[in-house]
Design a protein around this ligand. Sequence first.
Ligand code: GLU
Length: 291
Amino acid sequence: MAVPVFRFAPSPNGFLHLGHALSALMNFEMARRMRGRFLLRIEDIDRTRCRPEFEAAIYEDLAWLGIEWEEPVRRQSDHMDAYRAALERLEAQGLLYPSFESRAEIARLVAERERTAGPWPRDPDGAPLYPGRAFAMDEAERRRRIAAGESYALRLRMGAAIARAGPLSWRETGAGPAGETGEIAAAPAAWGDVVLARKETPTSYHLAVVVDDAAQGVTHVVRGQDLFAATSIHRLLQALLGFAAPQYRHHRLVLGADGRKLSKSTKATALRELRAQGVTPAEIRRLIALG
Ligand code: GLU
């Protein structure tokens, strides 16, 4: 059998917290047990929120936990060409269209619809589905607005993409938020016409993660349950781009004292804050209930 490949893929937009420790340690230890490889990937496509000091802190915190990773580390900002190429392949299949509304305009459109027609559908993350009609815009107008330098988001024609890919599923060895496990049927329609790129960035999280997992030969994706629903989009993009599907293990989230998902902005659960207080890596494992 091929060597299993695991990865931990944090974004350097804040300090790692206890939830990241659980994810990183699970990946690292599963890779060890299965005599596989463990990769670290820096997900830094959002240049406005990522900072070099957070990236440096990721290396420091992981090393302190006793985690070792292969070099070189893949940094997403170094691979914009790969994302652009994937985007072009989707474009060539006629599966993308630009939409020109700003986030504020989208919020206004949704509010308007809700006034007349009741609750507007939301995606699994709670964001309203795209309410605009840019998919029906004629080609000449699209070209004119792009040439005029307008901002736009490139969206996936979800209906057409699903029709092309056919039914999809993935093997889940962990569990979704409602205990879903085993062979899971992908349900990407719930996400509507997702944004895959913007004028100034040739990718989104969804596209980059799929391209990178394929480029790095990742066979096992182990990550938090908060990304369970997004796996449906990832399976769809893998199918459209001809990539093999890894198996997935979504793990429980580490919750704060308030019972909510941890945030990178909470100091109390940041690994470096705990370390500064004299907490040891062994105590971190106890805090996240990792045997
Ligand atoms: N970069 C994502 C995050 O920090 C994780 C991506 C993944 O594991 O697929 O939440």
